[in-house]
Ligand binder design. Structure first.
Ligand code: RB5
Length: 145
């Protein structure tokens, strides 16, 4: 399992904490930046993570900004990306099972690191169920055309 991680300056610290957590679990992390506290523009990093996922370099992606909202809006503009912004584990789990999300966005100003880890665990341990959900996910893909 390889996961692309991206953040802006506000999400940087949470990204580092989640990266360490994932690495300890044996998950390979590809950190596309940012790497310093210098102010940056979050769509740039949403694009990098989206490209890593759509291009197949990474199976999944995670994005970190102040709320997770800007990152998720930007990522969802990319064809093939289904990004969920979460502040609790239940939606994270269901977003995988029903919506086949491939990018998770978290807000460093909204949640703490321990809740972030619970959300990450819920998201990673859930599997897409397909079946009745597949037609709806296909309908979402049709909106990209
Ligand atoms: C940056 O100030 C902030 O707007 C960004 O981190 C994020 O919260 C946007 O949605």
């Amino acid at each position: 399992m390889r996961i692309a991680l991206g953040s802006d300056h506000v999400g940087l610290e949470l990204k580092e904490q989640v990266k360490q957590y994932l690495t300890e679990k044996g998950i390979e992390c590809v950190d596309v930046g940012c790497y310093t506290a210098e102010r940056v523009h979050y769509p740039e990093y949403a694009k990098k993570v989206g490209e890593a996922v759509v291009g197949g370099a990474c199976e999944l992606g995670m994005l970190f900004c102040g709320t997770g909202v800007g990152m998720s809006i930007a990522a969802n503009k990319m064809k093939g990306i289904r990004c969920v912004v979460c502040s609790e584990p239940y939606s994270a789990q269901l977003s995988r099972q029903h919506n086949n999300t491939n990018v998770l966005a978290l807000g460093s100003r909204v949640i703490g690191v321990e809740l972030a880890k619970m959300i990450v665990d819920a998201w990673l341990s859930a599997e897409y169920e397909g079946g009745r959900h597949a037609i709806r996910v296909d309908m979402i893909s049709c909106l990209e055309k």
